[in-house]
Write a protein that binds this ligand. Structure first.
Ligand code: PMP
Length: 394
């Protein structure tokens, strides 16, 4: 075939790792690769009831076209119930429903980024966001992290050196992939820097409510007095990712841009899925559901960390996340996690090699482990097998 694809997409290559990770869908593989919630915790019976009720009570509207901004009662619930948890007071005029926060990421790049523009992000950062951004041909500046998240002094230096940068992208809570969390002090400073430099912050928050102990951290948006912060929320990790319901919370002027690009992309999210999500939250207590899944994820985190301690060579470093779904492993500098994956797959265990979480390359000596999707017994067995692979190198 001799088709002329756009320059935009020619830069995006299918990754070899993705091909390898297709193997992880085999049922005999213990996979720590995906970022999947535990399916046994989905509220299937309640959703069956809710779906029928939506169709019986509001079927014509649920199957009809609707507005781009989204179903008003759902936007109200998000504004009144979810955003205050992140310390943000919002109204429906700040909320647009998206197909997961992934769509919010794609739209953010579409709205703010022209070819060659600079995006500042954490190092490492979420692979799915980096791939979405890459279609808009940006340059990336990576800001190193420590145990308190993105090192904000380094962010400030990058902004001083590149005041023309167009967007800051951050995942402040239990970050994907590192599991690290940004301190409250740093969140305040990021909001201040956004104002000083007149740069939008895309704050991606799928994991904030999955904190294992204590209260949800105040978001960067909660310190945003001028509207520079765009908050991306989602029900994917706290409820059901298959419904594909997320949201953008932003200043109405910025939100209008998101509405315009969504009209061009897909007109609206599913009228049915939005009503099902809203009705679940009217009939049941989402906080109760979140409390239940957090209890299980905390047990799984503890078991994974204990197994790493028991079975990995003691020189291997790893993070101890206080919530969310991932821990992040750092190997000796000369080791390559992508090569290691091939060996791990022979032992029927999988993870995601870390290199692709660094937009400018390098850092192949890392990998990401997910602990939410496998049961306790499989976590112990999988980590034991990985330990065996690792011990060949230590
Ligand atoms: N952002 C981050 C940091 C994620 O980890 C994910 C899912 N893995 C997403 C966004 C996208 O989630 P969704 O589109 O399902 O809301």
């Amino acid at each position: 075939m001799n088709l002329r694809f756009s320059e935009r997409t020619s830069g995006i290559k299918a990754s070899e790792i993705r091909e390898l990770l297709k193997l992880t869908e085999r049922p005999d593989i213990i996979s720590f690769a995906g970022g999947l919630p535990a399916p046994e915790l989905f509220p299937i019976e309640q959703m069956a009831e809710v779906s029928v009720k939506v169709l019986k009570e509001d079927g014509r509207a649920a199957l009809q076209y609707s507005t781009t901004e989204g179903y008003v009662p759902l936007r109200e619930i998000i504004a009144r119930q979810r955003m205050p948890k992140a310390g943000v007071s919002a109204t429906i005029d700040n909320i647009m429903i998206t197909h997961g926060s992934q769509q919010g990421l794609e739209f953010s790049a579409k709205i703010f980024i022209d070819k060659g523009d600079i995006i500042i992000c954490e190092s490492p950062s979420y692979l799915g966001a980096l791939n979405a951004f890459k279609a808009y041909q940006p340059k990336f500046i990576e800001i190193p992290m420590d145990d308190n998240g993105m090192i904000v002094d380094e962010l400030e230096k990058a902004l001083e050196a590149h005041p023309e940068a167009k967007m800051i992208y951050t995942i402040p809570d239990f970050q994907n992939p590192s599991g690290k969390t940004m301190s409250v002090e740093r969140r305040k400073r990021v909001a201040q820097l956004a104002k000083i430099y007149g740069i939008p912050v895309i704050e991606d928050c799928p994991y904030g409510e999955l904190i294992f102990e204590g209260e949800v951290y105040p978001s960067i948006k909660s310190f945003d007095t001028e509207g520079y912060v765009v908050y991306l929320g989602t029900f994917s990790k706290t409820f059901c990712p298959g419904l594909r319901v997320g949201w953008v919370c932003a200043d109405p002027e910025i939100l209008q841009k998101y509405v315009i690009v969504k009209q061009g992309a897909d007109l609206q999210c599913s009228s049915m899925a939005q009503r099902e999500t809203a009705m679940f939250m009217q009939q049941y207590d989402l906080d109760e559901h979140i409390a239940k899944i957090k209890t299980i994820y905390k047990i799984r985190r503890d078991i994974m960390l204990q197994s790493i301690k028991d079975y990995f060579p003691s020189e291997v470093k790893y993070t101890c996340p206080k919530g969310g779904l991932f821990t992040w492993v750092e190997l000796r500098k000369d080791l390559n996690a992508a090569q290691l994956l091939e060996e791990a797959l022979k032992e029927k265990v999988a993870f995601v090699p870390g290199g692709s979480f660094f937009p400018n390359g390098g850092n192949e000596n890392h990998f990401r482990l997910n602990y939410s999707n496998m049961n306790e017994q499989l976590i112990v067995e999988g980590i034991k097998r990985l330990g065996k692979v690792l011990r060949n190198y230590y």
